[in-house]
Design a protein around this ligand. Structure first.
Ligand code: 13P
Length: 268
């Protein structure tokens, strides 16, 4: 393609991956005032270098959206259904999230476990969200047994191939320089265990993940990859400095405002 002067177009600037720290509150906090206070505490933490997000339970999304209005904190659902509407008791659709949240998490291991989601189903959820214009934080990672059997790379490859690989490529690419897809590497054995993976383990898994993204036609170097699994104020330095890590998906520690702030600061 040439521009109006017949010259080749300028090269795209090198892609700068967004640094993201997102609090996945899971089924917490139990009381709404705590949820809105936690959301307000996250405002002002972000900077030019790092974007901050929170993912409250579905019931708290609208009041939390209200308390975040005008702030730079991104709001995420924790899951989404692949259909737009219909007889799907207990589910929330992507079009329902539009206008309330900026995006959604999909593929979290707790959802895979409790709802029986496989890679194909997670891909359908992600595609539905992206098609609606939502950003997607796509979770994957191996179990302890899989790691002990030496299958970590194979599991990551399968999750990328059968999940992300099944999504139309034009949905996955950045839109106007704004990220649409981030991937969270969350080894199941590190979630909620208090024992995070080491920086070296995370870097190795993320290198595999980015190479596998390339095999399904996605530019892995352009996709932000977060680490999740027992990230705390005391462990975050291990990941903030690790090769290939662009941020964190934080569970338990995101429920404590001071601790979450310290984690965000580590990525600034
Ligand atoms: P924890 O930080 O509580 O281990 O949870 C991680 C997680 O599952 C984030 O999605």
């Amino acid at each position: 393609m040439t521009n109006y002067r017949g010259a080749p177009p300028p090269e795209d600037p090198p892609h700068r991956r967004s640094r993201l720290v997102i609090g996945n509150w899971k089924m917490n906090p139990a009381q709404l005032p705590e949820a809105t206070a936690l959301a307000r505490a996250a405002t002002g933490l972000g900077s030019a270098a790092v974007t901050v997000g929170v993912a409250p339970p579905a019931a708290w999304l609208i009041p939390v959206a209200d308390s975040l209005r005008g702030s730079d904190v991104l709001l995420f659902g924790q899951d989404v259904h692949w259909e737009e509407k219909g007889a799907f008791t207990g589910q929330v659709s992507a079009p329902m999230l539009v206008g309330v949240a900026n995006g959604t998490i999909v593929g979290h291991s707790e959802v895979r476990r409790d709802q029986g989601d496989d890679d194909a189903r997670v891909a359908r959820k992600a595609a539905a969200a992206l098609r609606s214009g939502l950003r997607v934080v796509y979770c994957l990672g191996e179990s302890l047994e899989e790691r002990q059997r030496g299958e970590t790379d194979a599991v990551i490859a399968r999750q990328v191939r059968e999940g992300l690989g099944a999504i139309e490529k034009d949905l996955l690419s950045a839109l106007d320089g704004t990220w649409r897809l981030a991937v969270a590497y969350e080894p199941i054995w590190a979630i909620g265990s208090g024992v995070p993976a080491s920086g070296a383990q995370v870097s190795e898994a993320i290198a595999t993940l980015r190479a596998e993204l390339g095999r399904v036609g996605v530019d892995g170097e352009a996709v932000s990859v977060l680490y999740g699994g027992s990230v705390s104020a005391s462990s975050v330095a291990e990941f903030a400095g690790a090769d290939g890590v662009d941020g964190a998906l934080v569970g338990g520690a995101s429920l404590k405002a001071d601790e979450f702030a310290a984690i965000v600061r580590a990525f600034r």
